[in-house]
Design a protein around this ligand. Structure first.
Ligand SMILES: Cc1ncc(COP(=O)(O)O)c(C=O)c1O
Length: 585
């Protein structure tokens, strides 16, 4: 580990960057104190992102790349608005691929002129929003998409044609990427062989102005050479296609795919060599195309190193000689940690933040909460000693974390996301609680499921005047009133209405209360059917005064149950015909 003050120069404001760095990967390394603060304030599992790291990392890239190259942030890597906001403040634009990503970019204030929309399955709503916001360009992936853009531009009555870049699937490929996206049969983009056919299509679409090209070759490149080679090829191709289609090439997006090292045998991109190669390539291109906007779009490189997943060990066990630590966050929140690693044959760097590394040679298999053996973050890894309650940090987790994971599996839901900015912690996305998940279901008759086991309690101290309910010994009517109050409170936090309470059942008065007694009445919904909800109510006398007039009290321990009852709610069926009428008006 190494306490890094990342070098920051150039035009960026110098960030207050001071954080620990993991030697092997250069990723941010959170410390024990932070893990404890996050655990106490927000619980685990949680994803934490370091704003200083994001800023310093971006500034370093910006400093090395020619200022004539624009950097767009690919929100797919981490769509959290706080992360997007942080990168926007550094000067990044946005590459978006869904309506929510587009709205996130717009709402955090990325200028529309710095946004492009890429994706092979754009809906009419998405394209419509691109037109309304007036983004820099829609990156069209098929001839049919061009027709739809033209149609929607006509429907919106746009005065000027829509700027469109064509995503090209070129006829070259390169080695060195973790996942090849182009140069093969792919659903992405327009095969270069089909480009000549577009001339006729474009001629019939007056509201579409093709003004550039886009290529995305692949992700997780760790060598500068293939990226530079791609850039050379793409810029060259763009020039040729511009001439072929007889259009001015106003913008070329050369993709990116810059990787970060995750595993032992990987090393970081040589940024200096990479930037030099790209800068030279772009400056050669500018000799013939001086005004073309050159764009690089990056996701992983901008955020992966800034984040960690904190996961807490709930159980340790041994099975047939293998030691397991079973934690609350696994591949349900962090599929990339396994997907990239080939089912945990190699694991992301993982550290136990709860204890110093001992000498122990135990190897531990770290798993999550799912019902599949593939929910394994690390297999027989050297994690030092691991015990119940320990918080482990999976480093390099700022990209393709929960948003790229099966967070719905076993209904554990999305985790909390926390931005660490200097000394401050900000909850930048609240995770799902049980009701966020269960409360979204609807039964076929459109009724929500009633909350389970909702409870409500009220406590009162019976004064002497309360005695009018039953003289010196209070029971019956007074207790029934307290039951009613508790149920009203429950109804207020429930989907019901206390007027739906149809009857009390099984009312029992076991003991009377006296003025001066503390009475707690608890109401709890504890059984349910589709339309019938039962409440259980009980009154407990917890404290009894020695003398009703004095404040001296004598504890009654344990509290005594003095009355109980059950109530029945019947929820009316929704009135289907009136609901239909409403939707028609
Ligand atoms: C079109 C496109 N752009 C950008 C990215 C982001 O890639 P990375 O995170 O490797 O920078 C992807 C990733 O799949 C992509 O498909």
């Amino acid at each position: 580990m190494n306490n890094a003050h990342m070098p920051v120069t150039g035009e960026m404001p110098a960030p207050r960057a001071s954080f620990d760095i993991h030697d092997a990967t250069g990723a941010w390394l959170p410390n024990r104190e932070l893990a404890e603060r996050v655990g106490v304030q927000f619980g685990t599992p949680a994803f934490i992102y370091n704003a200083d790291y994001i800023r310093a990392n971006f500034a370093e890239l910006r400093r090395r790349l020619s200022p004539t190259i624009d950097i767009l942030y690919s929100l797919k890597a981490n769509p959290n608005a706080a992360v997007v906001d942080c990168l926007k403040s550094c000067g990044a634009g946005a590459e978006v691929s869904s309506r929510a990503e587009l709205h996130t970019a717009i709402r955090v204030g990325v200028p529309a002129s710095n946004i492009i929309f890429v994706g092979p399955a754009k809906t009419r709503d998405e394209i419509g929003d691109c037109l309304r916001f007036g983004i820099f360009a829609i990156v069209a992936e098929s001839a049919r998409e061009l027709e739809i853009i033209d149609e929607l531009a006509r429907e919106q009555g746009l005065q000027r044609p829509v700027d469109v870049m064509l995503r090209i699937n070129p006829d070259f490929t390169t080695s060195g990427s973790g996942l090849t996206m182009s140069g093969k049969p792919r659903q992405f983009g327009i095969d270069i062989e089909q480009v000549p056919d577009l001339r006729d299509v474009m001629a019939g679409l007056p509201r579409v102005r093709v003004m550039g090209f886009h290529v995305y070759m692949g992700t997780r490149f760790l060598e500068a050479g293939p990226i530079i080679e791609n850039t050379v090829n793409i810029l060259d191709m763009a020039r040729r296609l511009g001439a072929l289609l007889d259009i001015p090439v106003e913008a070329v997006d050369v993709g990116g795919g810059f990787g970060i090292p995750y595993f032992d045998n990987e090393s970081a991109l040589d940024l200096e060599t990479l930037a030099l190669g790209i800068n030279e390539t772009v400056s050669r291109f500018r000799e013939t195309c001086p005004n073309t906007r050159v764009i690089i779009e990056l996701g992983r490189y901008l955020t992966a190193g800034s984040g960690a997943m904190l996961t807490r060990v709930h159980y340790t066990k041994e099975s047939r000689g293998e030691v397991f630590a079973i934690a609350d966050g696994g591949t349900n929140l962090h599929m990339a940690a396994v997907g990239v690693g080939g089912f945990a044959k190699r694991s992301f760097p993982i550290l136990n933040l709860s204890r110093d590394r001992g000498e122990g040679a135990t190897r531990t298999t770290l798993t999550g909460p799912l019902c599949t053996p593939s929910d394994t973050l690390a297999r027989k890894a050297d994690l030092g000693d691991v015990a119940e309650g320990d918080v482990l940090a999976v480093l390099c987790s700022g990209a393709y974390g929960p948003s790229a994971s099966p967070t719905g599996f076993l209904s554990h839901g999305y985790p909390n996301e926390v931005l660490v900015d200097g000394d401050e912690l900000h909850l930048v996305r609240a995770g799902d609680d049980t009701n966020d998940i269960v409360g979204r279901y609807r039964l076929p008759d459109d009724l929500p499921l009633p909350p389970v086991d909702k409870s409500f309690s009220i406590s009162v101290r019976l004064s002497a005047s309360d005695a009018h309910y039953g003289g010196a010994l209070v029971d019956g009517a007074h207790i029934m009133k307290l039951f009613g109050d508790a149920v009203t409170g429950l109804a207020a936090i429930h989907d019901g209405d206390e007027s739906l309470l149809q009857r009390w059942e099984g009312v029992e008065f076991l003991k009377p209360a006296r003025p001066g007694d503390f009475i707690t009445v608890r109401a709890r919904i504890n059984r349910q059917s589709r339309l019938r909800r039962f409440v259980e109510v009980e009154a407990l006398r917890t404290v009894r005064a020695c003398d009703p007039g004095s404040s001296a009290v004598e504890k009654v321990d344990p509290p005594e149950k003095i009355a109980s009852a059950q109530g029945l709610f019947v929820v009316p069926m929704p009135n289907r015909s009136s609901a239909r009428k409403e939707s028609m008006t």
